[in-house]
Write a protein that binds this ligand. Structure first.
Ligand code: PHE
Length: 451
């Protein structure tokens, strides 16, 4: 296969790529979603299934996705087009690229609204709004936010502007510069939060909740949720990692990068759990509170602890940073597609993609108030989008990426990209051929009864 160069630029080094991909992976998924779905699904047993999904499905597919990206060096759509042509495969494989572009656009539309909650909460906590507040007051404050479409829309608009501003500046001046600043900050803030949780005196309750498996609390849906979340949290199955891989210098080791990214992402999720659950337990709150977990339980705790205003503000700032570095990767596939196939400048492409995402986001904004009673399959607009993307589109995208990399792409190509026919390569090849597709397929089959 001929060597190609990306039209959009390249990361300045392998580490810049690892940082950017970790920035994509670490996001609302780790700090907002992981703790609340762990709480809803009973703790330890769910965490164990999730870790298994990361190891058996997530990491091999991460390596496959980076590899396909670097081989194609174009938008996910054109990367697939190119690889299909080279492999003389069925042209329908191109739809895999489309699936990714559409999934990213759908996810960002609601992701930005939730990131907006985090921004609102940064200001709320910093202003001392929750000082001495009790559970009823904090719940009322959260309900009040969800009931105000204009406030949600304002924050959603600001977050979309922040995102598109970075993306418009391009690969190095935008994406790379942003993650260089945001990622170290995020790690420091999170470490401070875990340190704080250790001082609550009930740290070990949090540890037990996360790591002591009780399988009786694991339902059929839990397994689907765990697998969907493994894809979501690693940003897999939708072309974000593929497009980031397309900017990876040719001499960098893909497998090593994949392990670093998945490792860092898992570490952050577990640290977020260790920061949040002790605070929840210390205040006698419910771990299974759902999407509002960190927006209701944490402010109660922050409002009633020493230096809570400071730590609370730091926590929500952290959440905004994490969401920001993920959001840019959700829209990058669509932007590169508009640049490559519609002859747009990067700025024009950003305006179009950003505007379309912003518009669709209004649906999520309204699903918490005016449209709260409009349900599709028993789900609100937001719940339906979340379920469709995280639990269906991403695993499906990941399944096809594994099949393409394992069965359609020639062994010669994957071997060359992954550094030769050594034991690690064979292990990977076997896993993407058999283990990962089978695991995704089985979980899917099981979930058909529960949908
Ligand atoms: N991984 C991000 C998170 O955990 C979300 C995301 C999904 C980003 C898919 C890009 C692609 O918040």
């Amino acid at each position: 296969m001929a060597k190609r160069q990306s039209l959009h630029g390249e990361w300045s080094s392998r580490w810049a790529f690892i940082l950017a991909a970790t920035g994509s992976a670490v996001g609302l998924g780790n700090i907002w979603k992981f703790p609340y779905i762990t709480g809803e699904n009973g703790g330890g047993a769910f965490v164990l299934v999730y870790l298994l999904c990361i190891a058996l499905v997530g990491i091999p597919i991460m390596i496959a996705e980076i590899m396909l990206g670097r081989l194609g060096r174009r938008s996910p759509i054109n990367t697939m087009r190119h690889l299909v042509r080279e492999a003389r495969a069925n042209p329908r494989w191109q739809y895999l690229g489309w699936l990714g572009v559409v999934a990213g656009f759908l996810i960002l539309s609601y992701y930005s609204v939730i990131a907006g909650w985090a921004m609102a909460y940064f200001f709320r906590v910093a202003s001392g709004m929750f000082d001495g507040a009790d559970a009823d007051q904090v719940t009322a404050a959260f309900d009040g936010l969800l009931a105000s479409p204009e406030v949600l829309l304002a924050w959603h608009t600001i977050f979309m502007l922040m995102t598109m501003l970075v993306v418009a500046r391009g690969v190095r001046a935008g994406l790379e510069a942003a993650v260089r600043l945001l990622m170290p900050l995020l790690f420091v803030l999170l470490a401070v939060m875990v340190g704080y949780a250790m001082s609550t005196g009930v740290f070990m309750d949090g540890v037990r909740f996360l790591f002591e498996p009780d399988f009786s609390r694991l339902s059929g849906t839990s397994v689907l949720v765990a697998m969907g979340h493994a894809f979501f949290t690693l940003s897999l199955g939708m072309g974000a990692i593929m497009i980031y891989g397309s900017y990876l210098p040719q001499n960098a080791s893909i497998a090593q990068a994949g392990f670093w990214i998945a490792g860092a992402d898992t570490l952050v999720a577990l640290m977020a759990g260790l920061a949040i659950f002790p605070i929840v337990f210390a205040n006698g709150l419910e771990p299974g509170a759902g999407p509002g977990l960190i927006f209701v339980t944490l402010p109660i705790a922050f409002g009633n602890m020493p230096a809570g205003t400071l730590f609370g503000a730091l926590f929500f700032l952290l959440l905004v940073f994490a969401a920001w570095s993920s959001a840019i990767s959700l829209i990058e596939p669509a932007v590169t597609h508009l640049v490559e196939d519609h002859g747009q400048s990067r700025i024009q492409a950003c305006v179009k993609a950003g505007l379309a995402t912003w518009l669709l986001g209004i649906g999520t904004v309204l699903s918490f108030n005016w449209w709260a009673d409009i349900k599709v399959f028993g789900k609100t607009f937001f719940d339906a989008l979340d379920f469709l993307t995280a639990n269906i589109m991403l695993p499906l995208g990941g399944l096809f990426i594994a099949i393409f990399a394992g069965w359609v792409l020639s062994r010669r190509d994957s071997e060359r990209e992954l550094g030769g026919d050594h034991l690690g390569y064979r292990l990977w090849h076997f896993t993407v051929r058999y283990v990962s597709p089978l695991a995704v397929f089985v979980v899917f089959l099981r979930s058909i009864e529960v949908i």
